[in-house]
Design a protein around this ligand. Structure first.
Ligand code: 5GP
Length: 196
């Protein structure tokens, strides 16, 4: 089989991490790409495992030297995927999953049109008509239900989600996360199509 690159994105609060983790547990020929970032490690995160944590200077040097397959600025930090990392993992025989935000995903599609872009959306998004308003209402309900964010943060998250949902229209597949098991199975059905 030719090794494939799958890009998975989704709005924050949509349960994307849980879906991807479950998929990874069951599909051992896939590897989750480790990105570079300039943000500081959170508690329990390790260099080389969750991210390669690098300085802003080093990141910008890598941009100048064209070392990234894609990169983006997100929430005041840089995030990017190294070309070299991807080549190495392909050579080791893995299919690769990039869990990245939408600006980076669309750069990947431009550079590697054979990459498959999957967007995990909240229930309420109408995949057929492209109407995202129901999805935004669902995200708002989830964010408010958590009682962890203040109003300004909620509004910022919702505006970010709106931008990402708009960009999802350029993805190859939209998977609604109404049920984790069902969403994982849908992703498995998508990847199998490319298993040739
Ligand atoms: P966090 O800081 O919560 O780990 O990630 C913030 C956002 O950056 C998430 O949407 C995540 O998918 C995205 N992200 C992580 N790595 C990369 C990357 O290499 N490139 C891009 N474009 N986004 C990334």
């Amino acid at each position: 089989m030719n090794k494939k690159l799958f890009v998975i994105s989704g709005c924050s609060g949509v349960g994307k991490g849980t879906v991807i983790n479950k998929f990874m547990e069951r599909n051992k020929d896939f590897i989750l790409s480790v990105s570079c970032t300039t943000r500081k490690p959170r508690e329990g995160e390790f260099d080389g495992i969750n991210y390669f944590f690098i300085s802003k200077d080093e990141f910008e040097k890598n941009i100048k030297e064209d070392k990234f397959l894609e990169y983006a600025r997100y929430a005041d930090n840089y995030y990017g995927t190294k070309k070299k990392y991807i080549h190495e993992k392909f050579e080791q025989g893995f299919n690769i999953i990039l869990e990245i935000e939408t600006q980076g995903a669309l750069q990947v599609k431009e550079k590697m049109p054979e990459a498959v872009l999957i967007f995990i959306a909240p229930p309420g998004v109408n995949v057929c008509s492209g109407d995202i308003s129901g999805g935004l209402r669902e995200l708002e309900k989830r964010l408010r239900g958590r009682h962890t964010e203040d109003e300004a943060t909620i509004q910022k998250r919702l505006s970010q989600a709106k931008t990402e949902l708009e960009r999802s229209k350029q993805y190859d597949y939209i998977v609604i996360n109404d049920d984790i098991e069902r969403a994982v199975e849908e992703i498995e059905r998508i990847v199998v199509k490319f298993d040739k």
